[in-house]
Each structure stands twice: as C-alpha cells, then as structure tokens.
Design a protein around this ligand. Sequence first.
Ligand code: URA
Length: 433
Amino acid sequence: MRVYDCIQKKRDGSVLTAEEIEFIVAGVANDTIPDYQLSAFLMAAFIRGMNPEETAHYTRAMMASGDVLDLSDISPLTVDKHSTGGVGDKISLVLAPAVAAAGAIVPMMSGRGLGHTGGTLDKLEAIPGYRIGLSVDEFRAALREVGVAIIGQTGRLAPADKKLYALRDVTATVDSIPLITGSIMSKKLAAGPASIVMDVKWGSGAFMRTIEDARALAASLTAVGRHMGRKVTSFITDMNQPLGRMVGNALETIEAVECLQGRGPADIMELTRVQAGEMLFMAGRAPSFDEGCTLFDRVIADGSAFEKFVSMVENQGGDAGYLRDVSRFPAAAERIEVRAKQSGFIQAMDSVSIGIASIMLGGGRERSEDVIDHSVGIEVLKKCGDQVAGDEPIAILHASRQSKTQAALERYLAAVTIGPAAPAARPLVVERI
Ligand code: URA
C-alpha cells in the first residue's frame, strides 16, 4: 500500500477502506509518513469529507494508536462528559463531583484551553497543589476510593491524534466534522468510560457557529460512540454568550464552588442539571432522566456534591482550604470597569472576542509555552437581554501589571452589541440527541 495512492483516492472523492485508513494512522503513530503527505491527506479529507464508516475506522485507528484503558473492573457503568469548548464553561468542575456524589464513577480526562476557549485543567490548577498528571494506577485508585478524578490526558493516549491535531492547527483543517469526531472520540473512547454525554456547543463562542453544524457534529459523535459500543447522548447547547458570570481560571473555580454550594448562576445550574440527569440515568443511578435531575438537586442541596469536590481535590494533592474559604485565592492586582458606550439592551456578545480578551489579560495562552496567571479574568456584569444605561459598568477586568489591559478593554467593548430592543430569548439547551 502507498500513502500517495490513499491521498489521490481521497482527493478524487472516493471512499477509503478500513485498511487504508489504518495504514495512514499507523504511519502517523510510527512516524513513517512525512508531514507533507499527512497535510495533503488532511486537506483532501477536509474538502472531500469522510462518510460515517470511514469516520468510525479513523476514530478506531486513532484510539488504538496508544493505550486503551479498561475500567470495567472498577464499574461496568462509568460515565464521562465532554464539551466541545466554550467561554466561561466551568460545568465539569460542578458536574463531575455532583454525579460522583450521587453514586456514579466519573473518570474524566480533560484538556487545557484551546484557542479562545478555557480549559478545565487550567481552572483546577488555580487550586495550589492540584495534580492533573496522575499515573494510570493513581487514576484507577482515585476512581475506586473517591469515585471521581479529573486529570490530563496521559501522553500514551491516542498519540496519533496529538500529532494530527498539531498539523491540523497549522494547515487550516481543524473545523471538519469527521476530523473533529475522530479527534474527540478517539481520546474519549481510549479513556475507558462506558457512557459519554457530549455537550456540543453552537454560537459565537463555539467551534460550530450554527445549530445545523452543531447538529451534524453531534450526530457524528453520537454515531461513532455507539458504533464503538458506548452509550452516548449529545446535547446541543447555546454558546452565544459566556456561561455564568466569570471568565478566567481562579474566578471560574470560585464560581464552580458557589454552584456546588447551590448559589450558582441559573445558566450554569441548568446546563449542569440536565447533563447530570442524563449521566446518572446512563450510569444506572437513576431510573429516568428526570429522576437523575432530581438526584442532582439533592446532592447539591445536602452539600454532598461540594464535599465530593473537596475529597477529589485533596486526593489529587490540592489544598482544599481554598475551596472552604475562597477568599484565599489570590486576587488580581487591578480591577478595571468596562462601561457601556450607550444605553439600550445587550443584543449580542461575541464570545470568541471575550475569550480572547481574557487571554490578553493573561488568563490563557497565546503560545503553548505561555504561563497562565490564574488570578486574572473577567467578571461579566451584563448579559444578553439586560438593559444598560450609558456609562454603566458592563464588566470588570481583573488584571495584573503584565496584562494587555487597554487592548482587552477595547476587545470587550467591541464584542458587546447594544441596541434599542431586547433580543428574542434563546433556549440554553436546544436539543438532546
Ligand atoms: N477538540 C479536540 O480534541 N479535537 C478537535 O478536533 C476539536 C476540539
């Protein structure tokens, strides 16, 4: 078999066989195919697409390129969730301990910030001492003892994706539904959960800008997961404005604590509740989705979800004193108000720009080697539909002396559209697939 022939076949719009796809992915993993041929293959796949069978073969081959964990001895009903990424999305920090407090085993492998989106691992690392790099044995022990662990992907998990993702990033081939499906699902499947809830976001802060694209991605993720013998439910959810009130690492961890203590913003609580309801149903802890939601309400109200978060953090080396007294998180050096330029209603928020404004403050990475300042970020005071008076504060930038504060302020202002009428309300959870 020759790589050239596979590239040519895909370039001409033909369907690749399982053997051809396995040959290419094996060549990625063994470093036997040069980057220029892989880039040509990726562009051909981007332009021509891949059908559901090809996408499933591609995903399976990427999953098999590294370690594949088997957690069935810990529980046959482990359950995880994955979000396609957003701004202010701290759902995992609330969801994982809450679902574990309700009796499910939650093996969660998360990522760092990608592009304008924040990363669960960066938020957890705002807690001094928290270790994301558990070994597989430590991960398994944490699941047995605590019922939940949130860690980074081990280096040996889907290594072919790591290489291909880096190439996609520089060859304009990221936003392809089959390539995203293979990338996300190969890692999720290798991490071993029996069931997965997918939070597929659409809108100004998401990789999928329209509901139709989000629906197509959700259908693809769901089909591949089911083809590989896992239970998968996808939710399509709104990402046209930041979730909650906080954007930035320590700020979001503090907001997650407030949610776990039943004091969180309504949008975060709603999104977490539906995903928890589904996860508890899938994990056999609740006889229906609705009863799963009720169980979530109970573990929030009785404090057991918060206590589970404390146990998880302590078990991974973090100083849980910060969770019991969030005033211990170091505050940013400066607070700068962003004031509305005119009066009216907030009609739209460009969440990508708000994510970028947070990165400019130092809350994310512009280059992979950048060090994050956990204390900086943005407090969003006004959201879509809110009425504002001219010169009224609409956000507070939490900045350090290193922050590009003026640029972030301008970026934030440009991201917010104020007009004479309130926009039509949009559902947060659009549909469940
Ligand atoms: N997240 C991933 O892990 N892969 C993609 O391709 C896109 C988002």
